[in-house]
Design a protein around this ligand. Structure first.
Ligand code: ZN
Length: 405
């Protein structure tokens, strides 16, 4: 990588090589266990111009044709998207068209439809697009590009709102994506992005949120620069508690040369104070991550040595970055319990730990559950009442390995 995919700057600093990793969502079937797995270098690089944290794109272009992440497996995300749909109903006054790019299983658009909003979803994964269609949502099964944007506009008219949640961080060619947004968005339309944010990433040691599909962790500065190429200005930044610290950033076209909104200027200053443009910040981050690796491995091996049984809770993509980087295999974790039926019956990429339904936790009663889906830790600990009452305890890997409950 020689240029930042957001600001096109060239002052890139590779600060944390994580080793070779298979694609984090490439869960294996039993039949695939006999085959070798493709693995690619995973390296965290910071753009010292805009504070984006970027990873080189290594995946084949058709990777998202078939996909395994669905937010509907989580109560937190269902609540989140219902509230977001209510916000969109207010923004649009209940009229106009909402286009959601990377609509996944249609959770947001279903909530929009329930509020009477017209909507179109765009989703590259055919299997996931079918899930969305099954809920009655209109979905275009395609990668979002200028051609698709023009087609949707010709058929449905310009979009009054374009939303994209937890998708921009998957996009390699951000400038082509933004050209497509520019083509589809009405002149007075609003573009709303939800993405994990860089300050939280650094502060909470969230190295495991880096994987080959998560190509970027954005700062507000990086989005301001990216949108600026397309005559768009940020008008609002809202902090969201999901995915370990995200933000909802709204932007509109602005032709005048007015100065930044005060709120945006405050964010830029906050990012400067947090050291997002300094090498030393990332050196310290890398040092802390190496500490997490050593401490977590020592903790798990120590528990096993004293006869404790451990399993993982959640089989999220980031869990695979963590497991593969730290070197945690089935000798330490008996299984990974996950509510997502698309993952059940498979094996985690790289470490090949079996993924099972959550019911297995109570059947098997391991002494500890390592919470790999730590962004849903509160929801998981809350759900696992019987496990807790039976003496089960939880291990959180991030921001520092610790035993809770
Ligand atoms: Zn940049």
């Amino acid at each position: 990588m020689t240029t930042c995919r957001a600001c096109l700057g060239t002052d890139l600093y590779m600060f944390l090589p994580l080793g070779n990793h298979p694609p984090a969502n490439a869960f294996l079937t039993t039949a695939q266990l006999g085959e070798p797995e493709a693995a690619f270098p995973l390296e965290c690089t910071a753009c010292l111009v805009c504070g984006a944290i970027v990873v080189a794109d290594q995946l084949p272009p058709d990777f998202f044709d078939d996909y395994v992440y669905v937010p509907s497996a989580s109560d937190t995300m269902r609540t989140h998207f219902r509230a977001f749909a209510e916000r969109l109903a207010t923004v649009t006054g209940g009229r106009g068209l909402v286009v959601d790019i990377g609509c996944n299983d249609g959770l947001l658009l279903r909530a929009c439809a329930d509020l009477g909003l017209a909507s179109v979803g765009i989703e590259p994964a055919a299997n996931i697009a079918d899930l969305a269609r099954a809920t009655g949502v209109h979905v275009v099964n395609a990668y979002f590009n200028p051609l698709v944007a023009s087609r949707v506009r010709a058929e449905h008219g310009p979009a009054n709102v374009i939303t994209t949640t937890n998708t921009l961080n998957h996009i390699n060619d951000l400038h082509s994506f933004m050209r497509s947004v520019d083509l589809l968005l009405a002149d007075d339309g609003i573009f709303i992005v939800e993405v994990p944010q860089a300050i939280e990433f650094v502060a909470k040691n969230e190295f495991d949120t880096v994987y080959h599909e998560h190509l970027s962790t954005f700062s507000v500065t990086s989005l301001a620069k990216l949108f600026g190429f397309f005559g768009m200005r940020i008008e609002d930044v809202e902090v969201l508690p999901i995915h370990g610290g995200s933000m909802r950033v709204s932007a509109r076209r602005r032709s005048d040369a007015a100065s930044e909104e005060p709120q945006v200027a405050a964010w830029l200053e906050r990012e400067r104070s947090a050291g997002l443009f300094d090498r030393a910040t990332y050196d310290a981050f890398a040092e802390r991550v190496r500490g997490i690796r050593a401490n977590l491995l020592e903790m798990l091996q120590g528990l096993r040595a004293e006869g404790s049984r451990i399993a993982g809770y959640g089989a999220p993509a980031k869990g695979n970055t963590l497991l593969n980087y730290v070197g945690i295999g089935p000798e330490l974790l008996e299984f990974l319990a996950d509510r997502n039926v698309l993952k059940q019956g498979t094996f985690s990429p790289g470490m090949r730990i079996p993924v099972v339904p959550p019911e297995r936790v109570l059947e098997s009663m391991p002494d500890y559950l390592l919470i790999l889906a730590w962004n849903f830790a509160d929801e998981i600990i809350e759900q696992q009442t019987s496990y807790r009452k039976g003496g089960g305890r939880f291990i959180l890997p991030i921001p520092q390995p610790q035993i809770v409950g």
